[in-house]
Design a binder for this molecule. Structure first.
Ligand code: MN
Length: 249
């Protein structure tokens, strides 16, 4: 199996090395990853300046672009053959609920799905670093169970979150739906040294809600959460109702 690994935390991230080590037990791995932090860049594509890729001594490609740029360059230019699967992560921090709309980690997997390649995005809800190092065996088993099927579902990617517990305390895997996240006080307003006002998005308190079968609940109870994501955002339940509005010009 030919495996492409990427992420949005940059090529030096602990999560990416955990992922590529786990994946290398399932097939031959090539890493194509951003040269710097690209978290929350969502599905951004670099169109207005050139992209450069360089090779590290261990054979990884490092790109000065977004996770989506990495997947597109990998498939069209950098890899000698089309990969059988694209893995993104392991992200340093959760990608649950609305996070998937902002996440570069999830977007890289989405881009692979758009291009017709099975893809899995993985994120660790705890703090990265040494804690994440011990997750390699669990990540390998998660990948084996998701990729070991006869057929990968079409137009679908798997969004996996790993709970903030020790890897040997994981209670199992749960198939979930996206929960909902609420940020409070997440914008800081302050003044720069010349007295001009500036704003900084981030921080604040995050609260979660969601039914018993949501990603957030599974994580809270110490399970690995697996959410199948579809790329078609059409609200099918509303189609007939909206058509009955008889919209006309
Ligand atoms: Mn990230």
């Amino acid at each position: 199996m030919k495996i492409l690994c990427t992420n949005d935390d940059g090529y030096l991230a602990t999560g990416l090395s955990v992922l590529s080590r786990a994946a290398s037990e399932l097939g031959s791995v090539t890493v194509v990853a951003p040269d710097r932090e690209q978290s929350a860049t969502s599905h951004a594509l670099t169109l207005h300046h050139p992209l450069r890729a360089r090779r590290t001594p261990d054979g990884a490609f490092v790109v000065d672009g977004t996770p989506t740029d990495c997947v597109i360059l990998a498939l069209n230019e950098l890899l000698p053959e089309r990969p059988d699967v694209v893995l993104s992560g392991v992200n340093h921090g959760p990608n649950m609920g609305e996070d998937v709309l902002y996440s570069g980690t999830v977007a890289a997997a989405m881009e692979a799905t758009v291009l017709g390649i099975p893809a899995v995005a993985l994120s660790y809800v705890g703090s990265a670093g040494e804690e994440l190092e011990g997750w390699e065996p669990v990540v390998r088993r998660v990948l084996e169970s998701l990729l070991g099927r006869d057929r990968f579902p079409a137009d679908t990617l798997f969004n996996v979150n790993l709970p903030a517990v020790a890897p040997d305390e994981v209670r199992g895997m749960r198939v979930t739906k996206l929960g909902r996240r609420r940020y409070a006080d997440s914008i800081t307003r302050a003044h720069d040294p010349s007295g001009r006002e500036y704003y900084w998005i981030g921080g604040g308190d995050v609260t979660w809600r969601g039914p018993a079968d949501s990603d957030f609940q599974a994580i809270r109870e110490g399970f690995v959460s697996v959410t199948p994501l579809h790329l078609d955002l059409t609200n099918y339940q509303l189609l007939e109702e909206i058509r009955a509005w008889n919209l006309a010009l």
